[in-house]
Design a protein around this ligand. Structure first.
Ligand SMILES: C[S@@+](CC[C@H](N)C(=O)[O-])C[C@H]1O[C@@H](n2cnc3c(N)ncnc32)[C@H](O)[C@@H]1O
Length: 229
């Protein structure tokens, strides 16, 4: 089989997508591969919630994904996905969560809101650790500006036995058709400016492949200085 790739992803990888919004990221990968038989795309939302939140657009995306052979699952919670009856016994080469977010309960810089976001990331990482294949990768695309850098996702990774092996700048234009969504609240279907953001690539803990943690922490401090000056 000819290997078709897009950025970090190959048609030869078994890929799990978590916390999808309107499934446009999954569809972008599937179109690049010409098939989605290597992909499982999931949302926390039920199918009914998706229809309400994203109108008919996501249904078109779901239909196209299905035609390309994608397995689609709803009501998949990142905290418990490793116990999901259709997922629990599978291993994946790439597990991807773009712009994890706990919803808009408090202001973004509020410490309680940040902790809620961190809980989602922690739950995702813990489950993913059980579901990633040998040599596989766990990807989180996340904003790097203040207050998002205060989530300290690389520290959460260490807590759960993962480590950051690469941080790659993320550009939305690399993924044709991808429409990043707010994903909750009354403006759920709105997209948002991604600004400065990266794909953080984690692997199961292996000290020789881990990026120095200080690098990211220094970056966070510098950004905070810029914002407050
Ligand atoms: C900012 S939106 C991003 C949506 C989509 N990944 C994108 O890039 O367009 C955050 C998403 O995280 C999902 N989410 C929040 N908590 C979750 C959880 N515990 N498990 C799975 N998904 C979750 C929400 O349903 C929402 O779709």
């Amino acid at each position: 089989m000819e290997e078709k790739t897009i950025k970090h992803y190959s048609c030869k990888h078994k890929i799990l997508l978590v916390g999808e919004g309107d499934f446009s990221f999954s569809l972008c990968l599937a179109k690049a591969f010409g098939s989605a038989s290597n992909m499982v795309a999931t949302s926390l939302d039920s199918k009914g919630e998706l229809i309400m939140n994203y109108y008919s657009r996501d249904l078109d995306n779901l239909l196209e994904l299905e035609k390309l052979g994608c397995t689609i699952l709803h009501n998949v919670d990142a905290h418990t996905m490793n116990k999901h009856p259709s997922l629990g016994d599978q291993l994946f080469d790439r597990i991807v969560f773009n712009f994890p977010h706990a919803g808009f309960l408090y202001r973004e810089h509020d410490s309680v809101q940040i902790e809620l976001h961190r809980q989602v990331v922690r739950g995702f990482m813990k489950s993913s650790r059980e579901m990633v294949s040998e040599g596989g990768e766990i990807h989180v695309t996340h904003k790097t500006s203040h207050s998002f850098c205060a989530w300290k996702i690389e520290e959460i990774a260490v807590e759960v036995g993962l480590c950051l092996t690469k941080e790659v700048p993320f550009y939305k234009w690399d993924y044709q058709g991808y429409s990043n969504k707010k994903g909750s609240g009354s403006n759920c279907n709105d997209t948002f400016p991604v600004g400065q953001c990266s794909t953080f690539i984690f692997i199961k803990h292996h000290p020789s492949s881990c990026l120095l943690q200080e690098k990211t922490e220094n970056y966070c401090l510098q950004t905070q200085d810029l914002v407050s000056s």
